[in-house]
Ligand binder design. Structure first.
Ligand SMILES: NC(=O)c1ccc[n+]([C@@H]2O[C@H](COP(=O)([O-])OP(=O)(O)OC[C@H]3O[C@@H](n4cnc5c(N)ncnc54)[C@H](O)[C@@H]3O)[C@@H](O)[C@H]2O)c1
Length: 378
């Protein structure tokens, strides 16, 4: 097992999930590489040093460029806000580093295209952290669809609901609130929450051909944390769209931060000719499955508890019946990435897959502003 030195940018919510994944993965998976927590980077030196000490990084830096200049570092992992992704990823690729980047890949498809160009020109392994693909129940859904159990797919229905921005007193911008600042985030729930649902959907059900969307900004102005001024809000608070997939199935997608009572309700349902599947992030270790071919008297929705050894990833964990959680999806992602680096076979979602999602989110925003159906760039 060779060492692979990690340079992590950002120690917020995602910085912690990634650091945890890099630290734990070798305990549970036999891999060609062992991640070494070489350096963490964030702008505040005291806090970066404290994070490095708590999580076991060798050192901390305050400028991400120092990570890229460091010949010891093999992989740059980007867990900082969306406006930093393109610049860091492109510089890392040009320096010959492997790059893992949080989602959305860029603030828009134009940024993402430049990022794809950079990693592909450099020929470096790359991945976007669309972690929901690696919830074992979601991976099982992919296997069931690929085996043809659902038959022809008619419908895909996804939603991602939160309620944390309803207060008019909530400021925009700055620490913890950069998602409300359009210059930093790129968009609102479209790039944040819908992007997850779109990545999962295209992985499970193929490409999206065209979309018709509506968005709304319910709170039109908020105080900006950095300027102290009340400024217009440029993000979408809610975003809903109809879609037609390349395979002819029809879809509805909905994301909002104004669904009182919902904290992170990500659900999807897929209806096929023979069978249907339903999944809910709040109950992530279960997959609901209905198969019309079951014998009539016992036909019904089955609640599959995804904890058996023959379920995806589960042979690496505890014993059948004991479930795993959210943080494990990031561990699975690192394991698959390192497996791919070792075998020379790229693992997904690659930057190119991340760009495909950004083409859809761009089309959603264009449709909402033009009030027209938009064909998605393939
Ligand atoms: N995969 C997922 O489910 C998921 C969930 C949450 C966030 N995200 C994505 O992860 C990224 C980070 O989100 P978060 O929730 O962790 O944000 P956060 O605000 O919790 O943390 C951001 C971190 O980036 C650091 N940072 C900001 N600018 C920097 C710079 N120029 N140089 C170095 N460090 C810098 C901050 O100090 C902080 O440590 C975003 O792109 C977001 O969309 C993905």
């Amino acid at each position: 097992m060779k060492n692979l030195n990690i340079g992590l940018v950002g120690y917020g919510f995602m910085g912690r999930t990634h650091a945890n994944a890099f630290r734990s993965v070798s305990n549970f998976f036999d891999l060609p590489y062992r991640p070494i927590l070489n350096t963490v980077c964030a702008r505040n030196a005291d806090r970066a040093n404290a994070f490095a000490a708590q999580w076991g990084f060798n050192k901390a830096e305050t400028d991400w460029r120092r990570l890229i200049e460091n010949p010891e570092i093999d992989l740059i992992d980007i867990a900082s806000p969306n406006d930093t992704h393109a610049e860091i990823a492109i510089a890392a690729a040009q320096a010959g580093k492997m790059v893992m980047c949080e989602k959305p890949l860029g603030r828009n498809a134009t940024e993402s295209e430049a990022m794809v160009k950079a990693v592909e020109a450099a020929g470096v392994p790359n991945m976007v952290w669309y972690n929901y693909r690696r919830v074992p129940a979601v991976t099982l859904a992919k296997h069931l669809i690929d085996e043809g159990r659902l038959g022809r797919i008619f419908h895909y229905r996804a939603k991602f609901l939160q309620d944390w921005t309803i207060s008019t007193d909530l400021p925009q911008g700055g620490e913890g609130l950069w998602r409300l600042d359009v210059n930093v985030a790129g968009s609102g729930v479209t790039g944040d929450l819908l992007a997850h649902t779109i990545d999962t959907a295209m992985w499970l059900n193929g490409g999206i051909q065209e979309v018709s969307a509506v968005t709304e900004t319910f709170i039109k102005s908020r105080k900006h944390t950095l300027t102290g001024q009340v400024e217009p809000v440029g993000i979408d608070d809610a975003s809903l769209f109809l879609a037609r997939f390349n395979n002819g199935s029809l879809a509805t997608f909905e994301a909002t931060r104004y669904a009182r009572g919902h904290k992170a309700l990500y659900t999807f349902e897929i209806n096929g000719e023979n069978a249907s599947i339903f999944w809910d992030l709040h109950d992530l270790h279960r997959l609901q499955y209905f198969d019309h071919r079951d014998e009539g008297q016992v036909r019904g929705w089955r609640s599959l508890h995804i904890t058996d050894r023959d379920h995806p990833y589960m042979s690496h964990w505890w014993v059948p019946g004991l479930q795993i959680g959210y943080e494990h999806t990031f561990i699975h992602q690192v394991a698959d990435f390192l497996e791919g680096v070792g075998s020379g076979k790229a693992s997904s979602p690659s930057f190119r897959d991340g760009l495909a999602t950004d083409h859809v989110t761009d089309a959603v925003l264009e449709s909402a502003s033009s009030r027209k159906w938009i064909t998605v760039k393939q």
